[in-house]
Design a protein around this ligand. Structure first.
Ligand code: BES
Ligand code: MN
Ligand code: ZN
Length: 493
């Protein structure tokens, strides 16, 4: 999708979208359009329930008075904010991407005083909504209605140059979201530890330093918790360390860690067959961390950031680890493996320990599609957040509210920690029947030492079966926008 900005003017052809603010008189563009179409806009409003409420739209086909394919009236509500502006851009793309129009002009001249920011946000929403992962569709398209027709979006706004400038960093964030979505969408035969590491290497073009720890190095470091998960796979496990240095050398880095299980069969504790294909997105946490690094480097964030991903494939095999096995992690703590399907925490145990040990970061935020239980608790609306630090949790919560990638704090407590005591080792890798997401988080907490830390369980958020205005169904890229904002608001000053 090509996106451009220009001074507001009604186009001669294609589709045009004008904004209507609820309870206000028609904007300049809507009034002009009404004149040009011989009153079609006012007639259509009078004949419908359209009042300009947010999310509302009204389509007028082939109006008289010129060569326009269609006119779309889009409601802003009484006043629209950044998320609603993005949703409006997304809704427009949703409505028009496959209608026959190749180009749409959206005129942003209503709904808020800050039209510059509104225009930039509309463009961001349009781009995020236009995302499709269709590279393997060689015959029909998703809706059997042929390839999408919409190719270009023009945003008409007063002071187009300023809007384009405001959109610049947003477009870099979208690059990160799209990269994350692409990686998460790829199947397990294409994305496995080594090929995902190769994708990380691509970030060197943006100035990110990329270092790979292979199995030999990890064995030397004593990372047997992570290595144990990969024993049943023909693919070599690895850790990728990505560094972006956008601030003074003396400044401590901030750290993000991602679970990158490129396919999770459950291992010897094999998952049931139906739905197992979903476990191709069990590297969603690492997809977000990689996408975040791309966004931060792309917009040249003024922060020192390290992103670490633990990449492993969890397969059943003659060499696979067994329930009952005991492994010694890099931290020195031993773990009894009671269920080989609770593998994400084993991967993260060594990556978290390595991260705090080597980088002494200001804090660590990890992301993982860690537990089915978090979906039972929170569904697909909020990611679960666990933290040993209130300030960190509050900042993440705020960034979530602002970006619409919401997180809800869940408890940690020593009484939950007791549930992973093992008679045979320092801990076991599962708790009892209840509180599955919490016992998983308690497990992780044992590997962060004293570092301020937050864990985001994104099992309910990495993949979506339904489309939302700026998030088409499939891989969501959840967390890239959230963490980019969290960095921008708190660590770039
Ligand atoms: N990757 C899964 C969690 C998951 C489930 C992610 C559904 C997305 C959707 C994780 O490795 C897992 O298998 N967790 C187990 C833990 C259990 C064995 C304690 C689970 O949630 O069932
Ligand atoms: Mn599992
Ligand atoms: Zn998993």
């Amino acid at each position: 999708m090509k996106i451009s900005f220009a001074e507001p003017a009604l186009p001669a052809k294609g589709a045009v979208v004008v904004l209507v603010a609820e309870g206000k008189k028609l904007s300049a563009a809507a009034t002009d359009l009404d004149k040009q179409t011989k009153g079609a806009v006012k007639r259509a409003i009078a004949a419908s329930k359209f009042t300009g409420k947010k999310g509302q739209s009204l389509e007028i086909m082939a109006p008289a008075g010129g060569g326009l394919d269609r006119v779309l009236l889009a409601g802003t509500g009484k006043e629209f904010g950044e998320l609603e502006q993005q949703a409006l851009g997304g809704n427009v793309v949703g409505k028009l991407r496959n209608t026959g129009s190749a180009e749409v002009t959206i005129i942003v001249d209503a709904g808020t005083k800050d039209l510059t920011a509104a225009a930039a946000n509309v463009a961001l929403g349009a781009r995020l909504a236009g995302y499709r992962f269709d590279k393997y569709l060689t015959k029909q398209q998703e809706n059997d209605n042929g390839k999408p027709t919409l190719k270009a979006i023009k945003i008409g706004v007063k002071g187009a140059a300023a809007a384009k400038k405001a959109h610049g960093p947003m477009d870099k964030i979208a690059d990160g979201v799209v990269f994350a979505r692409d990686l998460v969408s790829e199947p397990g035969n294409v994305i496995y530890p080594e090929s995902l590491a190769a994708q990380c290497k691509e970030l060197t073009k943006l100035g990110v330093k990329v270092e790979i720890l292979d199995e030999k190095k990890m064995a030397k470091l004593g990372m047997n918790a992570l290595l144990g998960v990969g024993l049943g796979s023909e693919r070599e496990s690895c850790i990728v360390v990505m560094s972006w240095n956008g601030a003074a050398k003396s400044k401590k880095p901030i750290a993000f860690v991602g679970k990158g299980v490129t396919f999770d069969t459950g291992g010897i504790s094999l998952k049931p067959g139906p739905g197992m294909e979903e476990m191709k997105w069990d590297m969603g946490g690492s997809g977000t961390v990689i996408g975040l690094m791309k966004a931060l480097a792309g917009r040249k964030a003024k922060a020192n950031v390290v992103g670490l991903v633990g990449l492993v494939e969890n397969m059943p095999d003659g060499k696979a680890q067994r329930p009952g096995d005991i492994v010694k992690s890099m931290s020195g703590q031993t773990i009894e493996i009671l269920n080989t399907d609770a593998e994400g925490r084993l991967v993260l145990a060594d990556v978290l320990w390595y991260c705090q040990d080597r980088f002494k970061p200001e804090f660590i935020v990890d992301l993982a599609t860690l537990t089915g239980a978090i979906i039972v608790g929170l569904g697909h609306e909020y990611a679960g957040m666990f933290a040993n630090d209130d300030k960190l949790a509050d900042r993440l919560f705020a960034a979530g509210t602002d970006t619409g990638e919401k997180v809800w704090r869940m408890p940690l407590h020593e009484n939950y920690d007791k549930l992973i005591k093992s008679p045979a080792a320092d801990m076991q890798n599962i708790g009892g029947k209840g509180a599955g997401s919490i016992t998983a988080a308690q497990f992780l907490q044992r590997f962060v030492n004293k570092t301020p830390w937050a864990h985001l369980d994104i099992a309910g958020m990495a993949w979506s079966k339904e489309s939302r205005p700026t998030v088409p169904k499939g891989a969501t890229g959840f967390g890239v926008r959230l963490l980019d904002r969290f960095v921008a608001d708190n660590y770039e000053k």
